[in-house]
Write a protein that binds this ligand. Structure first.
Ligand SMILES: [Fe+2]
Ligand SMILES: [Fe+2]
Length: 179
């Protein structure tokens, strides 16, 4: 991944809520993969998750360089906890559930980033931010596709779990935009 130097980025005030939610989300993503690595018993899934974890850690570090610390979500502990639970539950339910979780989470994140690309204008500063979001989004799409390749068929339970993930993630975005 070729992330740009983020030192000279100034985040406009009106975008802070969005970036706070991005930072919260990347924190959650790190903890999803941490939980899978800790609790899954499948070697291939652990390896797969380690690769994704290293990308999510880069995403998190990048955002930490852009967002002033005072503007981080006040609920970081909660996002870590929900991330961890989102990784732990499928880890005890089996292989397909884990890949389905990654698929649904990354599908959500892709849309979340696409929404932000849609609202950014063409000013110089917005272009820099767009570039960063595009880089993040490209990785999330790769993660989604990696998971999709591993899934032969989504069961009804996989889909129900996916719904829960999508609704939960939506709620988390709305809350983390504010707090
Ligand atoms: Fe990410
Ligand atoms: Fe991801």
């Amino acid at each position: 991944m070729n992330l740009m130097n983020s030192n000279n980025i100034i985040l406009p005030k009106e975008l802070i809520p969005y970036f706070r939610s991005n930072h919260a989300g990347e924190t959650g993503a790190v903890y999803i993969y941490k939980a899978i690595i800790k609790f899954s018993k499948y070697k291939d899934i652990i390896k797969f998750s380690q690769l994704h974890l290293s990308t999510e850690t880069k995403h998190l570090n990048l955002l930490e360089n852009i967002i002033p610390k005072k503007d981080f979500s006040k609920l970081i502990g909660l996002w870590k906890f929900f991330g961890f639970v989102t990784g732990f539950i499928p880890s005890i339910l089996g292989r397909n559930f884990i890949y389905a979780t990654i698929y649904y989470v990354e599908t959500f994140v892709e849309k979340h980033y696409q929404d932000q690309l849609n609202i950014l204008d063409n000013s110089k500063q917005s272009k820099k931010l767009k570039k960063i979001i595009e880089e993040l989004m490209k990785d999330e799409i790769d993660h989604k596709d990696d998971a999709k390749k591993k899934i032969k068929k989504f069961t009804i339970l996989n889909k129900a779990w996916g719904q829960l993930i999508t609704h939960g993630s939506n709620l988390a975005v709305n809350v983390s935009k504010r707090f």
